[in-house]
Design a protein around this ligand. Structure first.
Ligand SMILES: *Cc1c(COP(=O)(O)O)cnc(C)c1O
Length: 468
């Protein structure tokens, strides 16, 4: 059942296989692909039944152990999970709330920076520490953030001695709370860069740095974006947690997921590959709808990025989609590589009818600003819940999915509403306040540099400041 060590392979078929510690410390594979397990480990229905009643920490260790076999035991993993999830403000870590007879909210925002990114990054911080301690390795993390990854990653690694972090965010395109959660962390190993451009521009620069031998050579670059396999692995756990509470494995559950980089919803796909009965994965996008066009019409083509009230989804190139394409291509690395090269040159690709048929576990919906606001209002007026813009887009998709009434639909609530107070107030008339544990954010000093959307400028900035 467990996968073997050295059993992570690149989606482009032309990089060395790595073990779990290798994929955790690396970013992109050397052939430009993303690492995936060679096979998907599977649980039997009996093994899933035996997960009922486990605490979140014990469940996390059970679900992830097949991916770390040969490197970390279930017990060792449990110790790291305990340290990672001890910082969460809710004892259930990812509590499930019922909205009506069919709809549920899975609250993923009880971590230190108030978004679901903490679930993966708090664990990743522990894994980094575990794999670096006792070695003389130094890691340079370079990442791009559409808002929430940055703060969650910085919180997870601030002050760690063998790690230096450079975080790029699109200048003036993240919310004040999101920016301050990054820029008020003044630990000397934290470097915040505001790029004059979009998230996609920042992400393209990060990808280029991984392939730049003058940077990734003298420095050991590592990724905290969801191209890092360990992040997706940590997110698989809460699909199990929610489904178990709603009657899995006897009853299939649908999930509606606010999607940007296709990481979170891909973790749901992994859960399904592992044997969790999943009725449907609803990919919810805002007007930046490349994934909706791809899944509904086969048209995966880049369009302009439109800034919205859900900035973490203002993305037109979804890195993790390559991991799904790899499976849809029958796990053939050279075909996937050719497809991705074409896409990188032409800015578009077409998904064949056969590929779309293979992807039929996924449905998709696009929500504009009015639909998002309506969903926020429904949650508030009909269910007494204040939700954030990202979660609202997924709730809109869930309510319009056309699934039979007996299928429970879990909407992933990915951010705390107080991270986006202006949008929430516009829709509901209520201004959510920050939880007490982060309330002093606006009194703290900020530190960041603004750089032009120019690769050389960013690269030189990193080379000048990174500790070797
Ligand atoms: C990152 C993020 C998303 C999108 O998740 P992906 O894994 O990139 O698809 C959605 N909502 C919030 C609040 C986020 O921070």
């Amino acid at each position: 059942m467990a996968i073997n060590s050295k059993d992570y392979i690149s989606t482009r078929g032309n990089a060395d296989a790595l073990d779990f510690s290798g994929v955790t410390l690396t970013g992109l594979a050397s052939d430009g692909g993303l690492y995936v397990p060679r096979t998907w480990p599977q649980f039997t229905p009996g093994q899933i039944v035996a997960m009922r009643g486990l605490s979140y920490v014990d469940l996390a260790a059970r679900v992830m152990a097949p991916f770390t076999a040969g490197v970390l035991t279930e017990d060792e993993l449990g110790g790291l999970c305990k340290a990672a999830y001890g910082s969460f403000a809710h004892a259930a870590v990812t509590p499930l709330k019922q909205l009506d007879s069919q709809h549920f909210l899975l609250e993923l925002f009880h971590g230190p920076t108030l978004a679901f990114k903490d679930v993966a990054l708090q664990l990743l911080g522990q894994l980094f520490e575990r794999f670096l301690t006792g070695t003389d390795k130094k890691l340079t993390i370079v990442g791009a953030t559409s808002g929430d990854t940055g703060s969650a990653a910085i919180d997870a690694v601030a002050g760690r001695e063998q790690i230096e972090i450079f975080m790029l965010h699109p200048h003036q395109r993240v919310s004040d709370v999101q920016r301050r959660q990054m820029t008020t962390i003044l630990a000397p190993n934290v470097h915040n860069i505001a790029i004059q451009g979009s998230f996609d521009d920042a992400q393209a620069m990060v990808k280029r740095m991984f392939g730049d031998r003058e940077v990734n050579g003298p420095l050991t670059l590592s990724a905290v974006n969801s191209i890092n396999w360990a992040r997706l692995m940590a997110q698989v756990v809460y699909y199990f947690a929610a489904a178990l509470r709603l009657g899995a494995p006897e009853r299939p559950i649908a999930f509606s997921v606010p999607t940007g980089n296709f990481g979170d919803v891909f973790a749901g796909y992994v859960a399904a590959q592992m044997g969790l009965p999943v009725e449907r994965l609803i990919v919810a996008t805002n007007v930046n709808d490349i994934l909706h066009r791809a899944l509904s019409k086969g048209d995966y083509s880049i369009d302009e990025v439109t800034p919205t009230a859900a900035p973490s989804m203002d993305i037109q190139i979804s890195s993790n989609f390559e991991r799904l394409l790899f499976d849809l291509e029958g796990r053939d690395g050279s075909t996937t590589a050719a497809r991705m090269k074409w896409f990188e040159q032409m800015g578009k690709m077409v998904l064949s009818a056969d590929m779309r048929k293979k992807a039929s576990l996924f449905a998709s919906t696009r929500a504009d600003a009015d639909e998002m606001a309506l969903a926020m209002r429904w949650a508030h007026e009909a269910c007494g819940e204040i939700i954030d813009p990202h979660s609202a887009i997924a709730l809109h998709a869930a309510r319009n999915a056309g699934l039979a009434a007996e299928v429970p639909i879990v909407t992933l609530a990915t951010a705390h509403p107080a991270k986006f107070p202006d949008a929430v107030e516009r829709a509901t008339g209520l201004r959510p306040s920050l939880p007490r544990r982060v309330a002093q954010l606006f009194d703290r000093e900020e530190r960041f540099d603004v750089l032009p959307g120019d690769y050389e400028a960013v690269r030189n900035y990193v080379l000048e400041r990174a500790v070797r």
